[in-house]
Design a protein around this ligand. Structure first.
Ligand SMILES: Cc1cc2nc3c(=O)[nH]c(=O)nc-3n(C[C@H](O)[C@H](O)[C@H](O)COP(=O)(O)O)c2cc1C
Length: 222
């Protein structure tokens, strides 16, 4: 099943919720994780081996990838039940329904999700496993595409880079050295995130040219 219809770009990282059942087979678990596709047919998930998601995917060999960006749900998905197993669920079980094809939960309010089956695990590095999954079902795609746009951190970081650059111009002009250095650091942090989450993108190309331009102005001003 192709991911082209939902507007994912190859090798970009999107922030999503990964939903699985715990190894007790009944308690739902959700965790916020970055997902990507190397070929528009598979999804790569990189869970820490200490996470519940890792244990659950290895046990059930499937998961649901959801695109919900409601702050309370995200907060619980990150900070509740980290590696605690079914003893500390992120949300009560009645917030979930069963997925259409795979043995995994889906949030009741979800309108757009991807169901995946694990194909392979390509080793562990930096405490994280690389799990390759096959897409077996996509829910919530109309003729116009996905009803929710999957979020890539490069988008937000590009806006922050523009904000930092515009403030930098003023700081350089007014010879505020400390502010200039802090803003320059911010610009480089944004660049690094964009490079990691949206390689080969217009976001990256424009941020690189922004940094080159700012460095030139900086050199001229000091
Ligand atoms: C934006 C964002 C992205 C994240 N991406 C990952 C990831 O790719 N892999 C991972 O193991 N944890 C990731 N986390 C941290 C997990 O959400 C967090 O450790 C969670 O509690 C794990 O839950 P679990 O033990 O129920 O699986 C991310 C957190 C945030 C805020």
């Amino acid at each position: 099943m192709k991911l082209t219809a939902i507007g994912l770009r190859k090798n970009w990282i999107y922030e999503a919720l990964v939903a699985t059942y715990h190894i007790d087979g009944t308690t739902p678990n959700i965790a916020m994780m970055g997902i990507s596709t190397p070929d528009m047919e598979h999804i790569v998930i990189r869970p820490y081996v200490t996470s519940d998601t890792y244990k659950n995917i290895l046990h059930h060999r499937c998961a649901v990838i959801e695109f919900i960006y409601e702050p309370n749900i995200l907060y619980n998905a990150v900070f509740k039940g980290w590696g605690k197993g079914p003893s500390e669920p992120e949300l009560p079980p009645n917030c979930f329904k069963h997925a259409k094809v795979v043995n995994a939960p889906v949030l009741k309010d979800s309108k757009f999700w991807i169901e995946v089956r694990m194909c392979n695990m390509c080793g562990i590095s930096g405490g994280r496993a690389t799990i390759i999954c096959e897409v077996v079902h996509i829910e919530g795609v109309s003729r116009e595409g996905a009803i929710i746009r999957p979020y890539c951190r490069a988008e937000g970081c590009f806006v922050e880079a523009l904000v930092a650059a515009s403030r930098l111009l003023a700081a350089i002009e007014e010879k505020r050295l400390r502010d200039s250095l802090l803003l320059l650091q911010m610009l480089h942090i944004c660049y690094d995130i964009i490079k990691r989450t949206a390689p080969d993108s217009e976001y990256l190309r424009l941020t690189r040219s922004l940094i080159e331009d700012i460095h030139e102005r900086f050199k001229r001003a000091i």
